[in-house]
Design a protein around this ligand. Structure first.
Ligand SMILES: C[S@@+](CC[C@H](N)C(=O)[O-])C[C@H]1O[C@@H](n2cnc3c(N)ncnc32)[C@H](O)[C@@H]1O
Length: 258
């Protein structure tokens, strides 16, 4: 049935028709609406996100962006709490960077996202979109290994303080993720948050080293350091998203500095 609030031509409606697997969320039985993470954007901001989907689909076989459930959790944490000092490990083609940047601009928080990626080419691509979106005052892109011990100091300089939230979505490798957790947990203030994508049983297969991925790193790191961690969909091996409440079968992890 045609919705008056979300007419057929509104924003993500056309994504339901697109064949690439990156559009899976928009085709679920229960998600025939514009998700709030796009609904609040201005027409100009939405136009950037819309164009970015088209262009990144032409430039990359798989633009590798986090899911609508994942970005919804992140933006909820940030927008609901005035969080203004954020580190992202892994920006790839720039999806999360643009959406985080738009939220931080709306919140009036310049110098608020320090984002790291080891790949200079994807960083240049993301930089072009950050500039096009007018987000250069809000976002810094750094080419580096996100577990490099020299990086937190640079991040603190840009953010003018310690990061309050670190989002890890980078190598998906067990050993590297363990090092990221050691590095970034240490610099968080008490109460600070670390959010990790790809913590499910299913996402273990993303670890090219075959050592157990983010899930194993997070669980072992939390046990070793006596820190509680919470994982959504950690148990998921291969469930269809329509059967899940938190729809992203790759899962999301949360650690709080105590
Ligand atoms: C899944 S993508 C990130 C997607 C992004 N967060 C988004 O939602 O749009 C993972 C990125 O991590 C980067 N990466 C892989 N290993 C890394 C490392 N050791 N240090 C920093 N970045 C790394 C890759 O180059 C890739 O761009």
């Amino acid at each position: 049935m045609q919705s008056e609030i979300y007419p057929e031509d509104a924003r993500t409606r056309k994504f339901r028709q697109r064949p690439h697997n990156r559009y899976w969320w928009y085709k679920l039985a229960d998600t025939d609406y514009i998700p709030p993470v796009y609904g609040y954007l201005t027409d100009e901001e939405w136009s950037i996100i819309d164009q970015w989907h088209t262009d990144s689909g032409e430039q990359f076989e798989n633009p590798g962006e986090i899911t609508v459930p994942g970005i919804s959790m992140l933006l909820g944490l940030i927008g609901g709490n005035g969080v203004s000092r954020i580190v992202q490990c892994g920006h790839y083609a720039g999806y999360s960077t643009l959406l985080l940047g738009f939220m931080l601009r709306r919140m009036g928080k310049p110098h608020s996202l320090f984002s790291i990626d080891i790949d200079p080419d994807v960083t240049e691509y993301t930089r072009s979109w950050v500039e096009k979106a007018g987000l250069s005052d809000f976002v810094h892109l750094e080419v580096s290994d996100s577990a490099d011990p020299a990086i937190p100091e640079k991040a603190e300089q840009f953010l003018t303080g310690k990061p309050q939230l670190v989002f890890i979505d980078s190598s998906h490798q067990y050993a590297h993720t363990f090092r990221e957790l050691d590095l970034w947990y240490d610099v968080l203030p008490v109460g600070g948050l670390c959010v990790l994508h790809d913590v499910s049983e299913f996402a273990r297969s993303f670890d090219a080293s075959g050592e157990g991925g983010v899930k194993k790193a997070l669980n072992e790191w939390a046990e070793k350091n006596g820190v509680q961690c919470f994982t959504m969909n950690g148990f998921v091996e291969n469930s269809p998203p329509d059967d899940l409440v938190y729809r992203d079968g790759c899962g999301l992890g949360l650690l709080q500095k105590v």
